[in-house]
Write a protein that binds this ligand. Sequence first.
Ligand SMILES: Nc1ncnc2c1ncn2[C@@H]1O[C@H](COP(=O)(O)OP(=O)(O)OP(=O)(O)O)[C@@H](O)[C@H]1O
Ligand SMILES: [Mg+2]
Length: 292
Amino acid sequence: MERVEQPGTAGDIASTSKRPLDIREHVERADYQTIGTPFAKDAKMTARNVNVYYADKQAITNVSLDIGRNEVIAMIGPSGCGKSTFLRTLNRMNDIIPICRVEGEFALDGEDIYGEEQDTVLLRARVGMVFQKPNPFPKSIYENVAYGPRIHGLAHNKAEMDEIVEDSLRRASLFNEVKDQLDKPGTGLSGGQQQRLCIARAIAVSPEVILMDEPCSALDPIATARIEELIDELRENYTIAIVTHSMQQAARVSQRTAYFHMGKLIEVGDTKQVFTMPKHELTENYITGRFG
Ligand SMILES: Nc1ncnc2c1ncn2[C@@H]1O[C@H](COP(=O)(O)OP(=O)(O)OP(=O)(O)O)[C@@H](O)[C@H]1O
Ligand SMILES: [Mg+2]
């Protein structure tokens, strides 16, 4: 079986007091090895040697993974395997869970996102998130989208803000449906429209990466198809990581797929390969429906 090349060992790293300049070269040996290609040729985000704990319970065990620029990477695996936990490490959303402790090295365009000087509000604007359940603010459609650009000072006047709001709603393919009711509450929209509103809200601050945690699980097939088309369009300008329970969805929208099992990254590779020729038995069992 093909093994991931793992240059350096925990011992090598421990013997140098300085942080490695290129964290891409720093992968520790774990009690298991991820099969496939966790490294992207052109990485937008880099996660190395990630361990996550909730109090003393370990939820992620030694995961190293790149998110490639302008790619959609799907994260799949049985319930409780740590998909959401791992996704949240990428924009430090786990910081707000007091019992959660994150270890590892994370970079966005080579910049340490867990560094002391990192502003998490700014980070979450650069690495936006769309949640499983659409969660518009209890404000108007316009204000839902304008909120982020306002707190980040992205518009100098009303005309500029109007333009950002319209452009974001257009890119989320919602504008035509809501253009005559921008002052109506966002919570009054249908589930699929609310999810597109949340996507518009996420892209309004011009993020570089969008994390989506089961964004279609509350939607019907038509709304789901709209979101999937949108993900494909957004890939031109953004980098996207999506957690999904739907293998069809992963196959349709992603170029790479990562299979998690009990907190470990078991296999990662080109989506087509993972779904047609999985290399690990656990991946095969999962995608053929024998597990999870
Ligand atoms: N806030 C939390 N406090 C304590 N334990 C947590 C918390 N969030 C997740 N966990 C635990 O961490 C493990 C991984 O959970 P996580 O939610 O990341 O899994 P998941 O793969 O996203 O599952 P699902 O597919 O059901 O959403 C589970 O054992 C879960 O119980
Ligand atoms: Mg989850």
